[in-house]
Design a protein around this ligand. Structure first.
Ligand code: BV8
Ligand code: ZN
Length: 236
């Protein structure tokens, strides 16, 4: 931890890449963990265009189930501590999460790489819609089925989001991976861009991941505890 505090003392730009692990303490299940969302279904079945074509109502039900959980969730100490970091640094948040919890903390620089579960769009004409609370999958005036405005497997991420995420990774003096299993690309490639440009890469997770061997420091523990300890160590 001392190496990290030392690096932070000379840092200006701090970037966070977060995954579903940061929202676990807000009561939102992760994808691949013990109580993971994908324990009963394969991700491809639910978070892919093929899965949606095959059974649009099943996919709509799954997202409704997730939206109901997320609607009750609030940002936890980990999200709030990242906001606190803005007092000492230029902070850039790149999240793979679609739960909108970082946005709720008012962080200044945020990219939602995989979209937002409370935004919807027509699967035919791409007309955008806000939150729609309906049991039956809704249809657009063009007759197309409406789907969540999130990035599914096999779908490209938005160009502007990727270029921002790359810029924020390249200019990071310290790059934090928080609560991500580091297996979904292109998000999982971002720490390598930080390292390439001399950034110090730190992983905060309750377990090791495929990225652990490639980074500078792995801090074991929950996102809220570890981030709080780091910030306290800084302000000593
Ligand atoms: C694309 C949708 C190209 C929204 C998601 C083979 C090799 C490499 C890549 C591929 C491949 N085959 C296919 C690919 C590409 C694919 C991919 O990466 N697949 C992986 C699975 C191998 N990627 C794509 O398809 C991407 N698109 O590549 O397009 C393209 C280009 C041009 C034209 C056409 C196509 C799209 C990827 C986005 C997929 N969408 N979600 C939604 O429904 O949510 S991915 C899904 O996984 C979520 O977005 C989630 O954020 C993301 C990553 O998961 P994590 O957030 O890391 O969550 P996970 O449960 O895995 O891990 C939680 C971690 O937290 C754990 O490590 C746990 O230990 C930790 N934790 C738990 N509690 C805590 C904690 N840590 C700290 N504190 C705690 N309290
Ligand atoms: Zn339409």
């Amino acid at each position: 931890m001392d190496r990290l505090i030392e690096r932070l003392k000379h840092a200006e730009n701090v970037t966070f890449l977060t995954g579903s692990g940061i929202s676990r303490e807000s009561g939102i299940p992760t994808f691949r963990g013990e109580d993971g969302l994908w324990k009963n279904y394969s991700p491809e079945e639910l978070a892919s265009p093929e899965g949606f074509m095959r059974d649009p109502q099943l996919v709509w039900d799954w997202y409704n189930w997730r939206r109901d959980i997320i609607r009750k969730a609030e940002p936890n100490k980990a999200h709030l501590t990242i906001k606190e970091f803005e007092k000492n640094f230029n902070v850039y948040v790149i999240t793979q999460n679609v739960d909108g919890l970082h946005e709720k903390t008012g962080v200044k620089n945020l990219v939602e790489l995989h979209g937002n579960i409370f935004r919807n769009r027509c699967s035919r004409c791409s007309k955008m819609y806000g939150d729609i609370q309906s049991k039956k999958i809704p249809t657009c005036e063009c007759g197309g089925l409406i789907r969540p405005d999130v990035v599914w497997f096999g779908e490209p991420l938005k160009e502007k989001d990727i270029s921002l995420a790359l810029e924020w990774s390249r200019n990071a003096d310290v790059f934090f991976l928080v609560g991500t299993s580091g297996i979904v690309y292109p998000a999982a490639s971002l720490p390598f861009f930080a390292k390439e440009n001399g950034g110090f890469v730190v992983e905060i997770n309750i377990e090791e991941t495929p990225l652990t061997p490639h980074i500078d420091l792995h801090l074991e523990g929950s996102a809220s505890q570890v981030l709080d300890t780091i910030l306290k160590g800084l302000n000593k």
